[in-house]
Write a protein that binds this ligand. Structure first.
Ligand code: APR
Length: 268
């Protein structure tokens, strides 16, 4: 495992100070925070889009023309996705919410791992893989019902019991609109926040990649934790190119130390 440099340790302390002094900090997460739970990301090393072209496997027009392509990719990823458990990065962010350090987690992820780790104020701007509906009659199906359909070994898309149309998970594909409430709430939070911590995102997909720019133009600051550089690194207050599962718990540890020091000063 990559060890921390002195500079990274200093940056972790600085990030903790920024967060503990912030009035309404928020978190933006991407697929990178879930790779340590075994779920592949999209553009990192061995990312999903290396194997499956997004314009064929991740696009709504392509899905409507031939849903079996999306479902071929989904069959491969679904077991990992459905069985995944939160990792220390998810638990660290849930703890920041419990400590009232952050106002919300805006996530591009559909794996529900933030909620499984105990966070509740989570805005899923790209939907959620645990809900499915029929493209024909809008009947809705649970993950278990869809998994049973997939197990029946059909190569094509799982079909609706009633009208026979293909099912689609409630995830946002390229070419689809984002859920309105989550989208506009995220933009409002991004404009108002004084600190946005970004964890595990390449910041390449609009409109969510614009959120940090709203924060900057509102005078807010960015903390970026990502194991690859992003195009906003030069505008960030702090950049930590390391694993979220390592860095985020260390930031929480530093915040706890600061809070204990402050409480002991007050009690003198
Ligand atoms: N720790 C830190 N960074 C990581 C880790 C990790 N453990 N694992 C991966 N990363 C980094 C990768 O290097 C990459 O820069 O996380 C980033 C993930 O970027 P993407 O794969 O592009 O994921 P994301 O930014 O969430 O993509 C946004 O694109 O395809 C759509 O809908 C999809 O929601 C997704 C959106």
């Amino acid at each position: 495992m990559k060890t921390l440099t002195t500079s990274q340790k200093e940056k972790i302390k600085k990030a903790a100070e920024l967060l503990v002094n912030s009035k309404h900090s928020i978190i933006l997460t991407g697929a990178g925070i879930s790779t340590e739970s075994g779920i592949p990301d999209f553009r990192g090393e061995d990312g999903i889009w290396d194997k499956y072209k997004p314009e064929i496997y991740g696009d709504i027009e392509s899905f409507l023309r031939d849903p079996s392509k999306f479902w071929k990719m989904a069959r491969e990823i679904a077991p990992t996705l459905f069985d995944a458990e939160p990792n220390p990065g998810h638990y660290a962010l849930a703890e920041l919410e419990k400590m009232r350090i952050i106002k919300a987690i805006i996530t591009q992820n559909v794996d529900e791992l933030h909620q499984k780790a105990g966070a509740v104020i989570v805005y899923e701007v790209h939907g959620n893989i645990n809900r499915f509906s029929c493209l024909g009659c809008r009947a809705s199906y649970t993950k278990e019902q869809v998994l049973n359909k997939l197990k029946k070994g059909r190569k094509s898309a799982p079909l609706c019991n009633y009208c026979g149309a293909p099912l689609k998970p409630s995830v946002v594909l390229f070419g689809e609109d984002l859920p309105k409430f989550e989208k506009y709430m995220s933009i409002d939070l991004a404009k108002k926040t004084d600190i946005m911590l970004i964890a595990g995102s390449s910041l390449t997909v609009a409109p969510i990649c614009d959120l940090p720019v709203y924060t900057l133009s509102g005078g807010g600051k960015l903390i970026i934790v990502n194991d690859q550089p992003t195009h906003l690194d030069d505008k960030a207050e702090i950049v930590l190119n390391h694993k979220t599962g390592i860095i985020l718990p260390l930031i929480v540890e530093e915040i706890k130390k600061i809070k204990i020091e402050r409480e002991s000063e007050l009690s003198i």
